[in-house]
Write a protein that binds this ligand. Sequence first.
Ligand SMILES: Cc1ncc(C[n+]2csc(CCOP(=O)(O)OP(=O)(O)O)c2C)c(N)n1
Ligand code: SF4
Length: 250
Amino acid sequence: MALHKVFDRPAALTDALYAYCPGCTHGIAQRLFGEVVEEMGLIERAVAVIGSGCLSASRQVFNFDTVKALHGRAPSVATGIKRAHPELLVFTVQGDGDLAGIGAADVIHAATRGERISTCFMNNATFGMTGGQMGPTTLPGQKTTTTPDGRDPLLDGHPVRITEMLAMAQGAAYVARTALNLPTNVIRTKMAIRRAFETQLAGLGFSVLEILSACPTDWHLTPVEALRWMEHMIAAAPLGELKVPEGRAR
Ligand SMILES: Cc1ncc(C[n+]2csc(CCOP(=O)(O)OP(=O)(O)O)c2C)c(N)n1
Ligand code: SF4
């Protein structure tokens, strides 16, 4: 019986080893970006602008151009590249701390201006790389190193619903939230990455994709427990397409 290889590494990814903790779902997103870039025939035209945090490791894995931006500044760097080279596919790869914390102003103004870029951020409800401090999207009651008794909205504020905020920007054309906790949601995430890129290439405006991601290390959970815990994140911020370009069915 002849053996056929049915699963391979996309040409848009190098053979570098992933640098994430066991059970971290950041690597799944990284692979999906590679698959979509390759399937859309964009390896020669893609530029990923990488923010701060654990996702910085994407630079070694993407087999297309990357630029490292200062913490939170990826949408502004992406704007400059896209305006100078409108023929390129330019997307950011950020964490929730990067996009919704220090970079909140950059992304809101890029969305309002309707920049033809795609911003993609992995929301793991914590500052992963720096040791699990409370982040902008940490859930009420969630324990972190800086909220050891759980986030108290009265003391620590409420989570930032940045995706909903961005959906209100007139220049935002495609806004979606997906998750990496189940195989079906991984497939939906891939579809959403593709739709964000298609929105950009059709010149329809700004696109943003929030991808819920597990951080078993800083949540102090096993990988399986972490995937289950993501149900709390989904309950607090439901999945789906919040905004699609006019005339395009959801
Ligand atoms: C101006 C600045 N302040 C602080 C830091 C330290 N820093 C590096 S990564 C990071 C947190 C990243 O968290 P997040 O964006 O949520 O990504 P994750 O690591 O969770 O994937 C911080 C605060 C920095 N690099 N630059
Ligand atoms: S600290 Fe969290 S986000 Fe960073 S690699 Fe480990 S599991 Fe992933």
